[in-house]
Every structure is written in structure tokens, then in C-alpha cells.
Design a protein around this ligand. Sequence first.
Ligand code: GLC
Length: 648
Amino acid sequence: MGWAFLGPICPRIKRNPGGHSPRLTAAALAIERKNAVMTGFERRLLERKDELEWLYMELYQDRDKLRELEQSMSRRYAQRPAALKRLDSRREKTPGWFLEGKMLGVTMYTELFAGSLRKLEEKLDYLREQGVTYLHLMPLLKMPHPDNDGGYAVEDFDRVDPSIGSNEDLEALTAAMRKRGMSLCLDFVINHTADSHPWALRAKAGEREYMDRYICFDTPDIPREMEKTIPDVFPETAPGSFLYVEEMGKWVCSSFHPYQWDLNYRNPAVFNDMVGSMLHLTNLGVEVLRIDATPYLWKEVGTTCRNLPQVHTLMRMIRLIMECVCPGVLLKGEVVMAPKELAPYFGTEEKPECHILYNSSTMCTQWSALASGDVRQLKKQLDDLHSLPPHCHFVNYLRCHDDIGWGLNEEFGKTIGQDPLAHKKYLYTFFEGSFPGSYARGERYNYDPKTQDARTCGTTASLCGIEKGLAEGDEAQIALGIQRDLMMHAAMMAMAGFPMLSSGDEIGQLNGYDYHDDPARREDSRNLHRTAFHWDNAALRTRAGTVQQRIWDGLRQLERLRAREDCFSRSASVSTWDTHNDHVLALLRRTETGAMACLFNFSGEEQTAVLDAIDGALFDLIGSEPVRCDSVRLEPYQYRWCRIVPTL
Ligand code: GLC
């Protein structure tokens, strides 16, 4: 079953549109009859079987493989530990659990933070002190060394890398976390394997069955044709999307690095096996699966090979499978795409796909607002998100292990006089510190000479000016850098969804330049912000006046308010509010019992904002002072979270 042969016959996906087929009615009857004696799994499968079968057969036309999948689901359910089944039941009763105000995420590399999974378990108290309820650990499954793209080249989807620990350590960690009310999120690198994965080795050895698991071609014609329309992921460090593999005498698709081979999702064996590995991880206690590089799963000649309809079929099937076997588990999509491409990954309210997505567009728009001091594009971006249906939820963040890609809403940018390319150039030169007057210290990432596009690396603290201030021993600059850093966090934490910090940001960790001297890491400037956690600096969080203490306390204040104030509960509605000032963003959070106005000055000058039509007086919970709606004064980069006290 070569990939090339299947190309033209694969249909465009049509979903069962209304869900009113006679088969469903039969299923509904069957549910009534059997409900009393069925296990949770059987009941859930019965409710979803029709749709799963419909999608699977449309994509694969292979009933035997469908049976095999259902058997593997049933087996995984039988193996699922009782404690996790109990968690599933609780989560089924509170599906929006991850939207509560007390939710706080942090993302980190196990090795950089603690060294190993076991040592990480010993550090859980630190995370608890920080208020963390959600921990995203970067890929930790078996990987080649040293070239593994930060763990995103996987050799065994069922086994923890021995340098980090064992499956038992992972299970012990998730159990310890559950006790403390923390959920573990792990990557599932669904799009590709390492070229040293056993499937790749067997493909290289000429085994047809394993070649069919990858996207391989006998001649370069189709790859050449496809290269014309596929944008490069790493134009500088790994250009192109195909490579010639001599052992096989074939051209193999590798969207990322040459040692990461894209899987062939036209082959149901790939889908079944990968789903089996996902369920294995969830049975070890992983509560959130981050589906890596989601948009890339389906390739078609003549397209960008991103966001194709079949990707949604795959994601919908995965959602159905998870709902049957482990309904408490969340799917988080890594969809770093233009804003208009994001919403389809939530599916519809009736047929959802991902529970949550990274808010990548807002993230980069927020950094753009900081550099320009102008919030119009950020307001537009948030207004667009607020108009999405209620089942669309985001993880908000400022920094993660990756670069900042400048995927702004260019059409809107033009309406406010922004030339898209000139603005992008401004942003990546500003944040690498080469733009005159810039306070930022970062680095450029993957400059593309064809488009002159580039991205940005660096930690929050360094990008906000703290590194420069410290290097120059200038207290005023340091104070302003801290103020920017906290304002950026305060804005991110006031948005709809839940916040996730990058480990180290809570103590203002700076860029690490040592990777320049490491031959295995120097090609990839994302290593600038992938540095060992500074435990010595973390100890300074309790010493008054240190940078660490000022940032730590500032963030803790925000986290406590989020956990305490009803306006951050999951029932809150969030909208932007006009401030009559392009430098100041305002967000309004409302519940049935209260309302809050959060204001952020993105500029380096003092500003005044005017809030119309607010029925009540404002009390700023950050500065503990009353504020006037018709004239809210904000110092450079000041933020205010104000309770609205109704006038009687
Ligand atoms: C995702 C990861 C990134 C990695 C890529 C390839 O985008 O976030 O770090 O390089 O996938 O797996």
C-alpha cells in the first residue's frame, strides 16, 4: 500500500451530517436496553460506535483493522487502573474542570528542571508553593542522543527514555501529582518518528510493511512537485520536506528534521498503533495529551500539506476513542497556524476534536503590542477569539520551549497602517536587541531568505529588558523590565482560558548562552531559552528586593486573585472594553454575581484610559486603591485588576 497509489482515491471527508441515521436510532434503543449491565467503556463505545465506524471506514475501508482497534480499546480499558477510572468519573461530571481560576500551568524539560523523573517528584513541593496545578513535561520518551529535536524524535512511544527515568517512575510521578491536585500533560509526537525507531530501521532494511508506515516515493517526481507548495518549517536549519534514503532507495517525507520521518496516516496500522501508545500513556496517569504538530498529519500533492480535512477526521476519531476509554483525559492541540486556521481544531460543539489549543496567535500579538506600544491588533485578536463558540478553550502563555513565530493577523494590520513584512522585521530586530533603542535581549530564529521572515527566541525576562538592565547595573531599567514582565503576565492571566508559565519565568530566569559552545546544540537558537533551572536563584525568591522576589511575589499575587475571585471561575464571560486609548487594553470579566475590569498599559509612558458604560465604582485589587472609570491613570506598563463595585 504505497502512499503514492492511495493519493487520488482518498475521498474528501463528509461527516454524518445531522446524526439522524436509522443506525443511530437503533443504537439509541440498544443503549436503553443494555445500559444497566454495561461497563462505562461499553456504554460510551455504544454511544460513539456509529460515528467512529463511519469515519474509520470512510478513511480506511478496512473493517478488520477497525475490529482490531476496538479490541485494543477494550484491552486498554480493562488495564486502566481503578484510581484513573475514578478520576474519569469525576471529570465526566465536571467537564470544564480545567477552566477554574485556580488552574496554573507550567511547562519544562524534566532534565533541565530536576535531572530525572524521580528527582522531579522530590521537587513537587516547589511547584505546589508556586500554585501549579498542571505540569507539561517536554517529550521524555525514548529518543536518540544527541540529535532528537528536544525529544521530538521518538524511538519508542511506549517507553520513557532511560536517561530521564522509567515507566515506573512516570507512574509514580503521576500518582504523587494527583495527590497534590496536579495534572500531567505529555507530548504525543503523532506526526513522525525518529529515523532510528524500529519501524524506520525495518523500512531501511527493505521490509515493505514498514516502508508503508512512512511517506515514501520511488522517484523524486512527486516529492519535487510537493516541495513547490509545502512551506519549510525550518528554512535555515533543516530546509526542504523530503530526503533521499540510500538504504531504501526512496525519497522519504520529513517535514521537520531529516531524522524525523513523517508517518503515513493513510495506513490504518499506523493509526491503530499510535492510538495504542496514546492509551498506554494515559494508563500511566497522563491526564493531558499534547498532540504535537497536529495540522501536519495528512499530505496531499498540490497543497501546503497542513490543515487538510482528513486531519480533522483523525482528530475526531482520537477524541471519540479517548472519550470511550479514558473520558477524563484532555486533548491539547499544538496548532501554531494563522488565526483563522485555529477554530476548526475544536470541531463543532456536537462533534468536538481538541479540548484546548495553544493560544499562539494571541501570544505573538501580545509581544507585538509590547514592542509597538499599540494594543489595537491585540484587541482585535481577542475580539475574534471571544466570538468563537463556547466549547473553544485556550491555554494562554507568553513563552514555551519554542520560538515566537510572528503569525499576526496581517489583513487587520494593514487597516491600521502596518506593512506586514516591515512590521515583522521590526519585531524580530527589536526582540534580538538590534533595533535602535531596544531593551530586549533575544536571538533570531530560522531566517528565511525567500520570505525575509524570521522568528524570535529568548526568555520572558530577557525579552522584557531585565537582562539588559542587569548587565548595565541600571536599577531603573531593571525595575521597568520587571514591570513589563509582570504586565505581560497579568494580561495573559486575565484572558479567557488558563495560564501556563514557562519554567524559570517565575524567578525571571535569563537567556543561557552556553549552547553557543556546544556542537550538539549550537545550530538551534531555541536552546537560548532551554537552560538548566537556576535553583540558587530560586532560593532568592524569599529575599526582599531581589529580582526573583519581585517577580515571584508579583505572579503569586495574580495567581491568588485568580484562585479567589469569582470573576475567574469557569462561568465567567470575557470581553474587551474600549479604553479610548490605543496604548491601553481592557478586559472585562463577568459572572452572575460580579464583574471585574482589568487594564494594561502596553506603553512606556503614563496613560489615561476612559471606561464608558460601567455601572459602578472601580477598586484596584493590585494597588489596593479606588479608581475612577472616567479617568484611569496608569504608570508605564502598569496593570490594574479592578473589582467593579455596583453603585446602589
Ligand atoms: C513541535 C514542537 C517543536 C518541534 C516540532 C517537531 O512544533 O513544539 O519543538 O521541533 O514539533 O516535532
